[in-house]
Design a protein around this ligand. Structure first.
Ligand code: PXG
Length: 289
């Protein structure tokens, strides 16, 4: 496996960062997870824009243009001869000293692109649906570390994941600081009630997921009513269907939340329909290479 590091391809064994890199010392950096399907990178532009927006907010100047970054992603896939894959893009603040001050990272940011085979979730998750649980750790306050920023500082989500796993579940619902349902640890959440689709708005504790946007786009085309609206746990418990969306997971049905069965307790018709339409979209759209 070859890894892209600052403009060069290096072997996996040689792809190393300094212990003084502020990405390691402080989680000071940004990242993206992207997927390629059948030699097409799905929503590449959208992922790159989100990466640059996160970087802009933390005042991290990525030393290449968005077009060059797109080319680096495609080149990494080609070099590794991957037609389907999962790409992890990482930009760290770079090598500094042991202090916080980012001005000490004089060498500039480290840009890393890893392309690997996709580690799919077990088929059982999609066929039978997930049971998930609300955990105590809430999403970061937007006025502190805004959940819109995809930074290397992911402890908020990792703590929630640990809490879910400790309780015997694979995934967690995280609430925002007001107590509304925000998202899961690496996925957005949707509910279906009647013919309507609801998902939390991006303004509180929710990342504007690219899979989330794709599902909203599909739903609009299908004339399904969509609502970006605050959601309570009560509404989730009484939904007809629930599912999660994310680049890695795609669309996963949820059949039980906090011990309450959702709808029939089986993956619902709207969820299955959207899974099919999303699959079609990923095969049809994307940057060809
Ligand atoms: N919410 C959060 C907090 C995320 O990190 C999503 C939603 C879904 O967004 P996209 O754009 O992928 O539809 C993410 C995605 C994982 C993993 O292992 C997931 C993410 C990042 C790293 C790992 O599931 N982010």
């Amino acid at each position: 496996m070859k890894i892209y590091m600052n403009g060069k391809f290096v072997e996996k064994e040689d792809a190393k960062v300094s212990v003084f890199d502020h990405g390691l010392l402080y989680g000071d950096g940004v990242f993206e997870g992207i997927r390629a399907y059948g030699r097409r990178v799905f929503k590449l532009k959208e992922h790159i824009v989100r990466l640059y927006e996160s970087a802009h907010s933390i005042m991290l100047d990525i030393p290449m243009t968005q077009a060059e970054m797109c080319n680096a992603v495609v080149a990494t896939l080609k070099t590794n001869n991957l037609s389907d894959g999962y790409i992890r893009l990482i930009v760290t603040r770079g090598v500094g000293d042991l202090g916080l001050d980012p001005r000490k990272c004089k060498g500039g940011p480290s840009v890393i692109v890893i392309a690997d085979k996709i580690a799919l979730y077990p088929e059982k998750f999609y066929k039978e649906g997930l049971a998930i649980i609300t955990v105590p750790t809430v999403r970061n306050l937007p006025e502190a570390l805004n959940p819109q920023l995809k930074t290397l500082n992911y402890l908020n989500n990792i703590l929630a994941k640990i809490e879910a796993v400790n309780l015997g579940y694979d995934e967690a619902i995280m609430l925002d600081n007001m107590g509304y349902v925000a998202e899961c640890t690496g996925d957005n959440i949707f509910i279906v009630k009647g013919e309507h689709l609801y998902t939390p708005p991006q303004c509180m504790g929710t990342l504007r997921g690219i899979t989330r946007d794709s599902v909203l786009e599909i739903a609009h085309k299908q004339k399904i009513d969509t609502h970006e609206h605050v959601i309570t746990r009560h509404e989730v418990y009484n939904a007809d269907e629930c599912f999660l969306t994310g680049t890695a997971a795609e669309i996963v049905p949820v059949v039980k939340i906090d011990g309450r069965p959702i709808g029939t307790g089986k993956p619902g018709a709207m969820t299955r329909r959207l899974i099919g339409l999303f699959k079609e979209l990923t095969r049809r759209e994307g940057v060809k290479y």
